[in-house]
Write a protein that binds this ligand. Structure first.
Ligand code: ADP
Ligand code: SF4
Ligand code: SF4
Length: 624
């Protein structure tokens, strides 16, 4: 695919004098020359995702035979020792034929603005390139916002000294080169400190569920091993994990695992703490608590970097953000640092003013007012006076009903009975009291997805491929995963496969438990749109449990709210209209949210602030 980028401001100024009167022919010539001149001011990179190339296994080196440069007798695309193609970027004329003809869609030819001539790091010939780096700042929490596969982990590894950057050349560079590269900027000071070994980094990885697979033993023993600060009891209290210190790491929930991983990270003596997606699996109360905890880490001797896709939490947790844009798997660019409020708005807008770069063709917007439900679908199931006791946990629900065509957001803490309630609707467990007027067939995506066997994604998605190629496979970008083994997928890839599997089953009610985990912002918005549209088109119902309020806001026609005390009792309330449901939910959290004036996105109000008090008085906790 040829990826056009909008051009640097100065490149158009070199082009033309204003001509007041001209003919169509002159106009066309003018634009042709303009295009040629602009081409001169661009750098071209060719990226081949080698693991997807099927040369010799269904593709007879097609790229090499269609390339016009090859056909003219030169060697633009050749085969390397591993039998995969290499593109000579100096010979390539950017005609765009090979990416179009490649059956595995693994070639990208990209025209970059001239400013991006030198990457910080490139993973070998025709590999992913990273331009610029985020810069940690002492006393601040700096966020990184961008799609998956855009180079965030690569950037963090360079900062952590785990990857020695090569500046796009075939040898590793020294730290002096990195210092030189950033001369005169904040980054220079930072890398000087790294070189002098004055920076000690502690890192919380993204996929906390992998920790339970690689570590064995009691939580307390594992945390004691890393407790360089000798503060285990204080941190355990702050992160609310005291009760599980005696538990085996393999038996704790995802939300607990996340907080144990955060504790392990901060117990180490370091002056740069890096958190890759600290909110996954945490419910909203925990997200807010962890946000405050992370904010408090930053001081004049400590810098904090966070990668986070829950925009409300990113907004709440960070002072500044870097935006990362580019093309997944091909190249990533780190923007200059911005104040968080502005940075998130710029990201949603899809346009970086300072750099004059448009990185998305549409802006992402949010409604300022609650949605108006135009017409209700037929009733799917109604319940009355339900009660269920499971060991020492009790769940009840007075009365309620759900309709066809509805996407219902479900909010509530972990361990409060959300899954139990749906199992009752599905007839999997029987209530002790109360009645349902019918039973519904449920398709369920659990919160934690485990890929145990080595099976190809193509096999797992057989159903979706046969029936829902346009509805699911394409928008969830699953084609590129079909020939991978399920155990080799990243957290976000596995999540998208699990969502497609759940939605491709025949059912009346689709229950998706935390589908946003590990998805980036754009994928979250795509998934919410798919669920909403499919339910409308199919006349079916979705219940979506999630803790990302923006995701729930984007997806839901109505809300169910679960209240109570986790692991002791829970009450299912609703479904309500959005405003009523959000008010109930936020009242319990003692929080209010205002709308950002520019983007309409919800933002958490500072408790006790003027807006917070005003909204509480008016009873408008969410749409204030
Ligand atoms: P993010 O953290 O934003 O998801 P990554 O930094 O993990 O992105 O990866 C960016 C791209 O770099 C990936 O899509 C992959 O194609 C490439 N990549 C990552 N690690 C390697 C490696 N060790 N060798 C070659 N390419 C890699
Ligand atoms: Fe050859 Fe470049 Fe055209 Fe591909 S884009 S066919 S490598 S000239
Ligand atoms: Fe590989 Fe695509 Fe070239 Fe075929 S056309 S050899 S699949 S890169």
């Amino acid at each position: 695919m040829i990826v056009p980028l909008s051009l640097p401001k100065n490149s158009s100024s070199i082009v033309f004098l204003q001509i007041a009167h001209f003919t169509i022919k002159e106009y066309l010539i003018k634009n042709y020359i303009k295009a040629l001149l602009l081409r001169e001011s661009m750098t071209r990179i060719a990226v081949i995702e080698k693991e997807k190339c099927i040369n010799g296994e269904g593709c007879p080196f097609l790229c090499g035979s269609v390339c016009p440069v090859n056909r003219s007798g030169k060697e633009c695309i050749t085969l390397s020792g591993d039998n995969k193609p290499i593109i000579d970027e100096d010979l390539c004329i950017g005609c765009g034929i090979c990416p179009k003809r490649c059956p595995a869609e693994c070639i990208s030819i990209i025209n970059l603005p001239a400013e991006l001539e030198n990457p910080i790091h490139r993973y070998g010939v025709n590999g992913f390139s990273l331009y610029n780096l985020p810069v940690p700042i002492f006393g601040k929490v700096v966020g990184i916002l961008g799609r998956n596969g855009i180079g965030k982990s690569t950037a963090l590894k360079i900062l952590a000294g785990q990857i020695n950057p090569n500046f796009g050349k075939d040898k590793e560079s020294s730290y002096d080169e990195l210092i030189d590269y950033f001369k005169g900027s904040e980054a220079q000071l930072f890398f000087e400190k790294v070189k002098e070994k004055k920076i000690k980094i502690s890192f919380k990885p993204q996929q906390v569920d992998l920790i339970a697979k690689t570590q064995k033993g009691k939580v307390r023993d594992l945390l004691e091993k890393v407790d360089e600060k000798k503060k285990l009891s204080v941190i355990a209290k702050e992160l609310d994990i005291e009760k599980i210190l005696g538990h085996d790491i393999s038996n704790i929930s995802g939300g607990e695992l996340q907080r144990v991983a955060i504790a392990a990270c901060v117990l180490k003596n370091a002056n740069l703490y890096v958190f890759d997606e600290p909110s996954s699996y945490l419910d909203i109360k925990q997200r807010i608590k962890v946000s405050k905890f992370i904010r408090n880490l930053a001081d004049e001797n400590t810098a904090v970097l966070v990668v986070e896709h829950d925009l409300i939490i990113l907004d709440y947790m960070t002072d500044l953000v870097h935006i990362m844009y580019g093309k997944e798997g091909a190249y990533g660019v780190v923007s200059g640092v911005k104040a968080t409020k502005n940075g998130i708005n710029v990201y949603l807008e899809g346009y970086l003013k300072e750099e004059n770069i448009r990185f998305r063709d549409k802006k992402i917007s949010f409604p300022a007012k609650p949605p108006v439900i135009e017409k209700e679908g037929a009733e799917l199931v109604r319940w009355e006076g339900i009660e269920k006791t499971l060991d020492s946990f009790n769940l009840k629900s007075a009365e309620g009903s759900i309709s066809k065509k509805d996407s219902i957001g479900v909010l509530g803490e972990n361990g409060i009975g959300k899954t139990t309630f749906v199992k009752i609707l599905a007839g999997i467990i029987k209530p002790n009291k109360g009645e349902l007027n019918s039973q519904v067939k449920v398709s369920y995506k659990p919160q934690y997805i485990v890929a145990e066997k080595d099976v190809f994604v193509r096999e797992i998605l057989k159903n979706s491929l046969e029936k829902y190629s346009t509805e699911l496979i394409k928008p969830l970008q699953l084609e590129r995963l079909l020939d991978k083994q399920i155990t080799h997928l990243s957290g976000g890839e596995l999540q998208r496969v699990a969502i497609a599997v759940c939605l491709s089953h025949e059912a009346d009610l689709y229950l998706l438990d935390e589908p946003s985990a590990y998805l980036d912002v754009e994928q979250r918005l795509t998934v919410s749109k798919i669920i909403k549209e499919l339910m409308e088109n199919w006349g079916k119902t979705a219940l979506v449990v999630d803790h990302d309020l923006l995701f729930i806001d984007h997806l839901s026609d109505r809300l169910m709210v679960f209240e109570g005390e986790p692991a002791i009792n829970g009450e299912a309330l609703g479904p309500f209209a959005m405003e009523e449901g959000m008010n109930l939910f936020l009242k319990d959290l003692i929080l209010t949210m205002r709308r950002d004036k520019e983007s309409n996105r919800p933002r958490i109000n500072k408790p006790g602030s003027q807006m917070d008090r005003k909204q509480k008085q008016e009873g408008k906790l969410y749409y204030g």
